[in-house]
Design a protein around this ligand. Structure first.
Ligand code: GAP
Length: 462
């Protein structure tokens, strides 16, 4: 299947089956904003839960935090975001469309050969939606010389606190959750008796007024991030960086992403964020752009804590009991977007088998773990027994009921949303108190005793 076809199918499935809806759709939408539907919110919650389990619950030295989205504007001056959280913006002199310079360059470079071939009579190049948006002008293709020189554009959304809209009330929607962690560093050290190295983890919304949006959930203006700030001794930072690189790659693999679709990419010096001494991305092989960032891992050094110490006048150093010295720790930061995780997981899990679509999500990520059906909806005795099984299972697992259409269609509908198991109550169930349990991937059906339903499902789900 062509890669642009695949992403179209995924966008359509996401809408049709209640994973992702365009934001404010009835008013024509709003650029770069999506809403999670009933199944999308389950998938996102499951991703966040496995991240939290891996990062916080399974470690002795990581604690959680939930800081506010709105912060004192001094935070963003101190962190360097007001000055440095900028993208180079270019504008076409003919059609006045504006783009991120690096996005335009990446797409143009990738398609340059095709344009040359096309202008020499080699047919029209096939472009993805994003490529059409960025590369095509009203009368041809955007050439590098068509643009005005780059101007720096700050990505933070401005807002005001209180009724008066002047400079003194101005602040920003946070573009990263990390600053909430840095400003609470002293509070956590004082209250949790944490010892270096230790981490503070946070999941929350970030907002960026991206110049060029697109590729569905890949680049949006409001998104959730899963961030860990891992504080460590400066001399240990490089080793911890390597440690977290491996940990994060192992985590993505544990979610079921294919190894061949993941790789690391080290940032060149001119690509790194203003706070980072080293950055390595975990990249995914996206169908719409080939390799691109799924998660960023950065060595932020002591930059943020030092800046906040300096600008707030509060000492954010840490007294190291081991060396009896006061130090400002270094920070290693793995930071991943929930939306990009969802998108990569759906793409990787998407399979077609004839006209059957199967979302081969790992059971722990699937929105529903089990579906319960009566074989026939017009047989009250089957419906009654199936309903009693459903009522019981839904207290223990995310469970869905379906009695519409024929049984084959119901199986297919569950396959498409990734439900790993379907339980069907049939006529034999009435006689011997067994039901069939069907496996999404193999389509094999086994009979289990109704009384063993919970233990059987627990075993299968693990
Ligand atoms: N605190 C570090 C930080 O913000 P980042 O690489 O800019 O790092 C972290 O963002 C992650 O957030 C990315 O790896 C990506 O998964 C996600 N992300 C960033 N910008 C995004 C956007 N505009 N739309 C969707 N996800 C985004």
């Amino acid at each position: 299947m062509a890669q642009d076809q695949l992403i179209e199918k995924i966008v359509s499935l996401a809408k049709r089956r209640g994973f992702v809806f365009p934001g404010s759709e009835i008013y024509g939408g709003i650029g770069g904003i999506y809403d999670l539907g009933p199944l999308g919110v389950e998938l996102a919650n499951n991703i966040k839960a496995v991240w939290w389990k891996n990062i916080v619950y399974s470690r002795d030295n990581v604690v959680g935090l939930d800081s506010s989205i709105l912060m004192n504007s001094s935070v963003w001056h101190a962190s360097g975001h007001v000055e440095g959280f900028v993208d180079p913006l270019i504008e076409c002199k003919k059609c006045h469309k504006r783009f991120r310079k690096d996005v335009y360059e990446r797409l143009y470079e990738a398609k340059k050969r095709l344009f040359k071939k096309a202008s020499a009579g080699g047919g029209n190049p096939v472009l993805t939606g994003e490529e059409m948006e960025v590369l095509l002008c009203k009368d041809g293709v955007h050439r590098p010389q068509d643009f005005t020189g780059p101007r720096l554009f700050n990505l933070m959304f401005k807002t005001h606190i209180g009724p008066v809209e002047d400079e003194s009330s101005e602040t920003f929607l946070r573009p990263e959750t990390a600053q909430g962690i840095f400003v609470n560093f002293g509070n956590v050290v004082d209250t949790m008796r944490v010892k270096l190295p230790f981490g503070i983890a946070q999941i929350g919304k970030g907002f960026r007024n991206e110049i060029t949006i697109g590729n569905f959930l890949f680049r949006v203006r409001e998104f959730e991030m899963m961030e860990l700030e891992y504080f460590t001794r400066p001399a240990q930072a490089e080793k911890d960086f390597e440690y977290w690189q491996k940990e994060r790659m192992d985590w993505w693999l544990s979610l079921g992403l294919k190894k061949e679709n993941l790789r690391f990419r080290e940032h060149k010096e001119d690509e790194r964020a203003h706070y980072a001494a080293r950055s390595v991305d975990v990249e995914y092989n996206w169908p719409f752009m080939e390799w691109g960032e799924l998660e960023g891992i950065a060595n932020r050094t002591d930059y943020d804590l030092k800046q906040h110490s300096k600008e707030s006048g509060k000492d954010l150093s840490y007294f190291d009991e081991e060396t009896k010295e006061k130090i400002i720790p270094y920070v290693i930061e793995p930071s991943a977007g929930v939306g990009r995780a969802m998108l990569a997981l759906i793409i990787d899990a998407y399979h077609e088998d004839g006209n059957r679509v199967i979302l081969k999500l790992k059971p722990e990520l699937a929105p529903y773990k089990v579906a319960v059906f009566p074989l026939l909806a017009n047989k009250p005795e089957l419906v009654k027994l199936a309903r009693s099984i459903y009522e019981d299972l839904k207290k223990k697992f995310p469970t869905v009921w379906d009695d519409r259409g024929n049984i084959g269609k119901r199986y297919y509908a569950q396959d498409e949303i990734g439900t790993p198991f379907c339980i069907t109550v049939d006529f034999q169930s009435l006689e011997d108190q067994t039901v069939t349990i069907r496996d999404r991937d193999s389509m094999k059906q086994n009979r289990i005793k109704i009384k063993d339903r919970v233990t059987s499902l627990k075993k299968l789900l693990s």
